[in-house]
Ligand binder design. Structure first.
Ligand code: PHE
Length: 458
C-alpha cells in the first residue's frame, strides 16, 4: 500500500472529526484561561470583544485551516509547500510547529495543577476559609519539585497516547467527555447564580463598561484568547483537517466546534463570577492564574457532597486538557513524520523531551524560583510571559498569515471548491470570502500594530 490515507489514518466519521476538533478546542483555555482573562480585562467588555473576535475573525480562519488540511492531507509545513512550492509560505507552518512546543510547555504545567486538584478536592484538603484556600494554592504552586513532577506526568501521558495512534482514542474519549463536562458545568452554574451576592458577579460578567470596549490592550487579549481557545493560528486545525476525507463536510463541522467551545467558555464565566462575587472582598482582576483554583473549592463547599463534585470537575477538566495537549503535541510530531520521515515513536520522544526542558522555567515560575516568578524588567512570571508571547502574538500572526494565504494566494475560489467538494453545502461563501480576504487580515494587523506600539511606548 502506498503511503497516505492508510498510514496517516483518518477520522471514522465527520462526527469523529467534530469530536476531536472540539476536544482540541475545549480545554484549560475555556475554563481556566477565559475567566482569568475576563477578570484582567475588566469583565463584560472583554466578553463582548471576545465574541466579536470569535465570530468575525476566528470562525472564518477555522474554516480556512480545516480546508487547507483536508485539501493537502499533510502536516502544516508540508501543506503550505504542497499548495505553493518553492515559496516561503512553509514558514507559516513552521511558526505553528514552534507554537505547539511553546504552548505545550506552559499548558502542561497548568494541566498538572488540575490533576493535583483531583486529589486535593477528593480528599478534602482544600477547604476552609477563603484565605486558607488561597494560601493552600500559593504553597502548592511554589513547590518546585511537585510542579515539575506533575508537568512530567502530563507530558508523558500525552506522549504515550500519541505514540499509540491518537485517532480512535480521541474520538472515544471526547464522545463521553463533552456531554459530561457540559452537564456538570450547567449544574455548577445553576448553583453559582443562586448564591447570595451572585448578582454582582452577573452584572460584572454581563454589563459591559463601555469605556473598556475601546481599550486596545483588552481587544488584543480578547483576540489572543479567541485564537487560543479555538486552537487556531498554529496549524492544529490544519493537522486535524488533514485526517478528514473528502466525503466529510467542513462548514457544519466548524459551526459545531465554535458553538461547543464558546458555550463551555461562557458557562465557565457563569460559574466563576457569581461564585466569586458571593465571597467577601473578591477582586476578579487579582486572581491571576489561581482564579479557578481558589474560587471553585469554595463553591464545592456549598454543595452537598461537594468533594465528589469537585473531584469530578477536576477529572473532567484534566481530561479536557489532555485532549488539548494531544493536539498540541500532534502538530510538531506530524511535521517530523510527514516532512522529515521520522518514525512516530522517535518524533514523540524528541518533541516531548524538548518540551519538558522548556517547561522547567514555567513550572518554577510561581514562587519556586524568584527569578522566573518575577522576570526582571518585565514584572511578570515566566509562565505569564510565555502565555503572552504565544497567545497574543504568535497565534494571531499565524492566523493573519493563514488569512492572507487563503484569501490572496491560494485564493477564495479554490478554497470554496474544496469546501464544496462532493456537493457539500457551504452557504454564505461570499461572506466567508470577504471576511477572510479583508476583515481578518486588516483587523488582526491593526490590533497587532497598536499593541506593539503601545508596548514600545510604555
Ligand atoms: N484550545 C485549547 C484550550 O482551549 C488550547 C490549544 C491551543 C490547543 C492551541 C491546541 C492548539 O485549552
Amino acid at each position: 500500500m502506498a503511503m497516505g490515507a492508510t498510514d496517516r489514518g483518518a477520522w471514522g466519521s465527520r462526527m469523529g472529526f467534530v469530536l476531536a476538533a472540539a476536544g482540541s478546542a475545549v480545554g484549560l483555555g475555556n475554563i481556566w484561561g477565559f475567566p482569568t482573562q475576563v477578570g484582567r480585562g475588566g469583565g463584560a467588555a472583554f466578553v463582548v470583544l471576545y465574541l466579536l473576535c470569535v465570530g468575525l475573525i476566528c470562525a472564518p480562519i477555522l474554516i480556512a485551516e480545516i480546508a487547507i488540511g483536508r485539501r493537502t492531507q499533510k502536516d502544516p509545513v508540508t501543506a503550505f509547500e504542497v499548495l505553493r512550492p518553492r515559496t516561503a509560505w512553509w514558514l507559516t507552518g513552521l511558526l505553528g510547529v514552534l507554537a505547539g512546543v511553546g504552548i505545550l510547555s506552559f499548558y502542561s504545567v497548568i494541566a498538572g495543577w488540575t490533576l493535583a486538584y483531583v486529589w486535593y478536592t477528593a480528599t478534602g484538603a482544600v477547604t476552609g476559609s477563603q484565605d486558607a484556600i488561597g494560601a493552600f494554592f500559593g504553597d502548592f504552586v511554589s513547590n518546585g519539585p511537585l510542579s515539575l513532577g506533575l508537568t512530567l506526568v502530563v507530558l508523558v501521558t500525552t506522549a504515550v497516547i500519541i505514540i499509540g495512534g491518537v485517532r480512535s482514542g480521541i474520538e472515544r474519549v471526547t464522545r463521553v467527555l463533552m456531554p459530561l463536562l457540559l452537564g456538570l458545568l450547567v449544574l455548577l452554574a445553576a448553583r453559582a447564580v443562586t448564591l447570595p451576592g451572585a448578582e454582582a458577579g452577573l452584572a460584572y460578567y454581563m454589563r459591559p463598561d463601555v469605556s473598556r470596549l475601546f481599550d486596545m490592550s483588552v481587544l488584543n487579549a480578547a483576540l489572543g484568547q479567541a485564537f487560543f481557545s479555538l486552537s487556531l493560528g498554529m496549524g492544529a486545525m490544519i493537522t486535524y483537517g488533514s485526517y478528514l476525507t473528502r466525503r466529510q463536510g467542513i462548514g457544519g463541522a466548524a459551526v459545531w466546534v465554535v458553538l461547543l467551545d464558546t458555550s463551555v467558555a461562557l458557562l465557565a464565566g457563569f460559574i466563576i463570577f457569581p461564585a466569586g462575587f458571593s465571597l467577601p472582598g473578591f477582586d476578579p482582576g487579582s486572581g491571576g492564574p489561581g482564579l479557578i483554583f481558589t474560587v471553585l473549592p469554595r463553591l464545592f463547599d456549598t454543595l452537598p457532597g461537594g468533594h465528589l463534585f469537585g473531584a469530578a470537575f477536576f477529572v473532567l477538566l484534566s481530561m479536557a486538557a489532555l485532549t488539548s495537549t494531544i493536539s498540541l503535541l500532534e502538530v510538531p510530531v506530524s511535521h517530523l513524520i510527514d516532512g522529515h520521515g521520522w518514525t512516530r515513536r522517535n518524533a514523540v520522544l524528541a518533541i516531548t523531551t524538548l518540551t519538558a526542558a522548556l517547561a522547567i522555567p514555567s513550572a518554577l515560575s510561581n514562587g519556586a524560583v524568584g527569578f522566573f516568578s518575577q522576570l526582571p524588567g518585565l514584572g511578570m512570571s515566566f509562565l505569564d510571559f510565555m502565555a503572552i508571547v504565544w497567545n497574543e502574538f504568535a497565534l494571531p500572526i499565524g492566523g493573519l498569515l493563514v488569512a492572507i494565504f487563503v484569501g490572496h494566494i491560494w485564493r477564495v475560489d479554490e478554497a470554496l471548491a474544496e469546501l464544496r467538494a462532493e456537493g457539500a453545502a457551504f452557504p454564505l461563501g461570499g461572506l466567508w470570502g470577504a471576511l477572510i480576504r479583508y476583515v481578518c487580515p486588516i483587523a488582526i494587523l491593526l490590533i497587532i500594530i497598536f499593541t506593539t506600539l503601545r508596548t514600545l511606548a510604555s
